[in-house]
Ligand binder design. Structure first.
Ligand SMILES: NC(=O)c1ccc[n+]([C@@H]2O[C@H](COP(=O)([O-])OP(=O)(O)OC[C@H]3O[C@@H](n4cnc5c(N)ncnc54)[C@H](O)[C@@H]3O)[C@@H](O)[C@H]2O)c1
Length: 286
C-alpha cells in the first residue's frame, strides 16, 4: 500500500496506460481522480475498479478544465500528492511539408501544453506535501524520427525538456518531476482515429504488437502494466532521489537495429570479420 492516504490525478484515465495506472494506484490505497474526455469510459472504469476512484470529465486541451480538475481534487481531499500527465492521442498525421498550422497547434495543445498546464494548476495544491511528484508521459518518439508522425514526436521531445525545466523550477517546493518514455504499448492509441470496424482494429493492434516484438530484444508486445509499474515507481518514495529524469520502458526498441542484439542477424561488423577470415584462409591456401 505505497499510496495509502495519497491523492493522485490521472489524465486520460479511461483507456490504456491511464486506466491501468489508475487501477494500480487505487489498489495501493490512493484516492484517484481519473479524468478523461470519455465520460462513459471513465464511469465504466470507476464501476469496475476497487478502491476510491472518482471520475472527472476534463479535456486537457482546455486549461480552465484542468484548473477545475485540480481545484476539485484538492477541495475534496485537502491537496494533491501525484499527477500523472498522461492524456494523449496520435495527433496530426501529416508530415512537415503538408501540416496546417491549426493541426500543428492542436497536437501541441493536446500533448505538450496539457502537460505544462497539468503541472501549473496542480502545483499550488502540492506545495508542502511530503513526497509530492509529477510524472509526464513522453515517448520513444522523442529521441528520433520514425516512431510516430512528426508533430507527435516534436511534442513528446518537448515533454522531456519541460520535465527537466519543471524539475528545476519545483525543487524549491520539494516536488519531483520525472518522465516516462514508453515504447510500443498495446492500447487503443494506434487505432482510435482509424475509420475501420472494431474487429479490424483488434487485428491492427495485434499487427503492431507483432511488428514491435520483432524489432526489440524483449520479444513480446508492451502492455499498459509495464508502464503503470514504472509510473508507480517514479511516484513512490523509492524514487525519492530522482528528479528531471526519464525512464525508457520500451523492450529495448531504441537500443539499435536487430543485428546489434540478435546473433542470428549479421551486421556490418560481422561481415567485416567474415571477410577477414576469408582473406586469411585464402592466404594460408596460397
Ligand atoms: N501506446 C503506446 O505505444 C504509447 C507509446 C508512447 C507514449 N504513449 C503515450 O501514452 C499516453 C496514453 O496513451 P495510451 O496508449 O494509453 O492511449 P489510449 O488511446 O488507450 O488512451 C488515451 C486516453 O486519453 C484520452 N484523451 C484523448 N484526448 C484527450 C483530451 N483532449 N483530454 C483528456 N483525455 C483525452 C482518451 O479518451 C483515452 O482515454 C499518451 O500520451 C500517449 O501519447 C503511448
Amino acid at each position: 500500500m505505497r499510496f495509502s492516504g495519497k491523492t493522485v490525478i490521472v489524465t486520460g484515465a479511461a483507456s490504456g496506460i491511464g486506466a491501468e495506472t489508475t487501477r494500480l494506484f487505487a489498489s495501493e490505497g490512493a484516492t484517484v481522480f481519473a479524468s478523461d474526455i470519455d465520460r462513459p469510459g471513465g464511469e465504466k472504469l470507476v464501476a469496475e475498479t476497487d478502491g476510491d476512484v472518482r471520475f472527472v470529465e476534463c479535456d486537457v486541451c482546455d486549461p480552465q478544465a484542468i484548473k477545475v480538475l485540480m481545484d476539485r481534487a484538492a477541495e475534496e481531499t485537502g491537496g494533491i500528492d501525484t499527477v500523472f500527465n498522461n492524456a494523449g492521442a496520435g495527433g496530426a498525421r501529416e508530415d512537415i511539408s503538408e501540416i496546417e498550422p491549426e493541426a500543428w497547434d492542436r497536437t501541441m495543445d493536446l500533448l505538450l501544453r496539457s502537460v505544462a498546464m497539468g503541472t501549473r494548476y496542480a502545483v499550488p495544491h502540492m506545495k508542502g506535501r511530503k513526497g509530492a511528484s509529477i510524472v509526464n508521459v513522453s515517448s520513444v518518439a522523442a529521441v528520433g524520427p520514425g516512431y510516430s508522425p512528426t508533430a507527435y514526436a516534436v511534442a513528446k521531445a518537448g515533454v522531456l525538456h519541460l520535465t527537466k525545466c519543471a524539475a528545476t523550477d519545483l525543487a524549491q517546493h520539494g516536488i519531483r518531476v520525472n518522465a516516462i518514455q514508453p515504447g510500443f504499448i498495446n492500447t487503443n492509441i494506434f487505432t482510435a482515429t482509424l475509420e475501420i470496424p472494431e474487429e479490424v482494429k483488434d487485428q491492427a493492434k495485434a499487427m503492431i504488437a507483432q511488428m514491435s516484438s520483432n524489432a526489440q530484444p524483449v520479444a513480446r508486445g508492451g502492455q499498459p502494466a509495464d508502464i503503470a509499474n514504472a509510473v508507480a515507481f517514479l511516484a513512490s518514495d523509492a524514487a525519492g532521489f530522482m528528479t528531471g529524469a526519464s525512464l525508457v520502458v520500451d523492450g529495448g526498441i531504441t537500443l539499435g537495429p536487430r543485428h546489434s542484439w540478435d546473433p542470428e542477424e549479421g551486421g556490418a561488423f560481422e561481415a567485416l570479420m567474415a571477410l577477414e577470415e576469408q582473406v586469411k584462409a585464402a592466404q594460408q591456401n596460397a
